[in-house]
Every structure is written in structure tokens, then in C-alpha cells.
Design a protein around this ligand. Structure first.
Ligand code: FES
Length: 119
């Protein structure tokens, strides 16, 4: 991972398909705020690591965001299920809400995440 003031860059090969996600700091949201990056059906997605129900991190172990079936992201606190491709909550106490997505570009085996939009 490399980092400039507004952009975080990961190597594409470090992001496994429907596997462990990669976390990164989001200092604009607070000292301990994080975002995360996952890959789902070949596509990379990034979100603010904060449940739409209660503002807590989702991962039950650091970087573990997927359900056992690998079809949804799950919040470790009360089990909300989110679609990996758009962050929409399909099941749980925040059904109908969504995770805050973060724009990214994947090209030439690099994933660049633009954190300037997170304020
Ligand atoms: S805090 Fe995530 S489902 Fe309640």
C-alpha cells in the first residue's frame, strides 16, 4: 500500500476474490476511522467501515467482511447483510440503508482509492 494525502494505492494481487478485505485509515472521519476494500465477482469495491445501523466497524476479525457463503458483507455486531457490489443492506436492523461507498479506479494491477470525497 502506498499513500498520498488524498489517494491510497493497493496492488490488485493483494485483494483476493471474495476473500479477506484490506483496511485503510480515513483520518477525515476521525483518528480511528477506517475504510475497507473487497473484491466481488472480479470487481473491487471500497466502503467506509461503518455499519448503517450503529456507527461501528463491520469486520468480526480484522479484514473479515464476507459471510460464510461469500455472497454478502456482514456486520459482526448484529448481523446486517450488505450487497458487496453496492453496499445496500438487504437483511438486518438497517435493511434499506447502505454503506458509504468510496470511489476507486483499478488499472495496471493497481487499485487507487480516492479518499478526498470522504469528509
Ligand atoms: S451495528 Fe451493525 S447490524 Fe447493528
Amino acid at each position: 500500500m502506498t499513500e498520498t494525502s488524498q489517494c491510497i494505492v493497493f496492488n490488485s494481487e493483494d485483494l483476493p476474490e471474495q476473500g479477506k478485505g484490506l483496511r485503510f485509515a480515513l483520518p477525515a472521519l476521525g483518528e480511528f476511522a477506517t475504510g475497507f476494500l473487497i473484491r466481488y465477482r472480479g470487481q473491487a469495491y471500497a466502503y467506509v467501515n461503518q455499519c448503517a445501523h450503529v456507527p461501528v466497524e463491520l469486520d468480526w476479525n480484522e479484514g473479515e467482511f464476507f459471510t460464510d457463503e461469500k455472497e454478502h458483507l456482514i456486520c459482526a455486531t448484529h448481523g446486517a447483510h450488505y450487497r458487496p457490489d453496492n453496499g445496500y443492506c438487504v437483511m438486518g436492523p438497517c435493511k434499506g440503508k447502505r454503506l458509504q461507498s468510496i470511489p476507486l479506479i483499478e488499472e495496471q494491477q493497481k487499485i487507487s482509492i480516492d479518499i478526498s470525497v470522504i469528509t
